[in-house]
Design a protein around this ligand. Structure first.
Ligand SMILES: Nc1ncnc2c1ncn2[C@@H]1O[C@H](COP(=O)(O)OP(=O)(O)OP(=O)(O)O)[C@@H](O)[C@H]1O
Ligand SMILES: [Mg+2]
Length: 353
């Protein structure tokens, strides 16, 4: 399964919830948070190791467990030195690496061998392995292709191993670009903002546990402010809760609290991201914000941005690529860009003096 959506819609929360379900069923689980410029091999080995440990202690045949640990080790040891930077995890030291398995250096072939062996170990126990990959769009196209190839082979074998990925809205496009059959390989789930009834539930249910209600007008105003984006529902819901003195919570409580939520979001959610951009990248985003003022998702063409900044499109590529790498902007259609952060254009326009 592949879950995609804008920043703050709840992808990581969902991934963790799915992992919780797998753990409940006694599956072996592991999680990777992908990073740009980092090979998947070592983080994946670490995640598979976690999954092996979860099932190993229930396995009767310790020799088989050790054999799988040995394959995992040989897989991990093929990591190039430059790709080990910043990773504290070390492959298991209590078993020797298994020579000639998962250590060819070809990531796809090695993943197939590793996944096959780990899935077999889980199958002995009547369970499976679930590997979760967050920020999946940060995996290089080459390695994404290798991952697709391995998933394809594993599903052909019917091995009990699943990959659940999460990432920004262009992740499905990135997967399709890496392998043509990626479209048929995963179940794609788009996570969008909450519809009105669900956003209301997110506020009403926890309040209900304290016997507190909301006036309909207050719920209207909260939905207008949050647009149903989970992170905003959380932020505005919290300050409103703190501001209200009695039940039911009224629209004046929301209005009193709103500037505080806005302020907190301006610093923590928007500001922290804006600060990561270089001056050239900020100019680029400001142009996007102005141009995208009238369309819902704020997507604009790169040609429009170049025209607005009176620059040649090619000269703006570094800024655009930098923003994509920092996860502030995405491009799911050639020649267009959009913000990954909901309401980011609105935030930037409000800042403009
Ligand atoms: N099901 C949920 N229940 C309660 N809160 C939620 C839920 N989903 C999301 N949230 C709220 O939204 C916030 C953002 O969710 P999350 O971190 O999962 O988003 P994300 O899609 O992974 O964002 P990013 O792209 O920035 O990683 C959470 O910290 C939480 O406050
Ligand atoms: Mg996340």
């Amino acid at each position: 399964m592949v879950v995609s959506g804008l920043r703050g819609v709840g992808k990581t929360v969902l991934l963790n919830a799915l992992r919780g379900l797998a753990v409940k069923r006694a599956w072996g689980t592991g999680k990777v948070e992908a990073r740009p410029d980092q090979s998947l091999r070592m983080p994946l080995a670490q995640a598979v190791h976690a999954a092996v440990r979860e099932v190993a202690h229930r396995h009767r045949d310790l020799e088989r467990v050790d054999a799988v640990a040995g394959v995992l080790k040989s897989f991990a040891l093929r990591t190039r030195v430059e790709d080990r930077k910043g990773i504290r995890w070390q492959p298991p030291i209590d078993v020797p690496a298994t020579k000639g398995r998962a250590d060819s250096g070809d990531l796809e072939l090695d993943m197939i061998e590793l996944f096959t062996d780990v899935a077999d170990l889980a199958r002995d126990l009547g369970v499976g392995i679930a590997l979760f990959i967050d920020e999946m769009q940060d995996i290089s196209s080459e390695e994404l292709g290798a991952l697709c190839g391995a998933c394809h082979e594993i599903s052909q074998q019917g091995a009990p191993l699943i990959i659940v990925g999460a990432g920004l809205p262009h992740l499905p496009v990135a997967l399709a670009a890496s392998k043509s059959y990626a479209e048929r390989l995963f179940r794609y789930v788009m996570v969008d903002r909450l519809p009105r009834d669900m956003a209301d539930r997110a506020l009403l249910l926890p309040a209900g546990t304290e016997d507190v209600e909301y006036e309909p007008g207050a719920l209207d105003e909260l939905y207008r402010l949050t647009d149903g984006y989970p992170y905003f529902v959380q932020a505005y819901g919290k300050v409103t809760w703190d501001a209200a003195v009695k039940s039911p919570i009224r629209v004046v409580d929301v209005n009193e609290a709103a500037p505080e939520a806005e302020g907190e979001l301006a610093i923590g959610f928007f500001g922290a991201r804006y600060d990561r951009a270089t001056p050239a990248e900020r100019d680029y985003m400001r142009a996007m914000a102005e141009l995208g003022a009238n369309n819902d998702d704020g997507s604009v063409t790169t040609a429009q941005v170049a025209e607005a900044l009176v620059r040649k499109p090619q000269s703006l590529s570094p800024a655009r690529d930098g923003l994509i790498k920092k996860g502030l902007v995405y491009s799911s259609e050639r020649g267009t860009v959009a913000f990954t952060v909901p309401h980011f254009g609105k935030f930037l326009r409000a800042q403009h003096v």
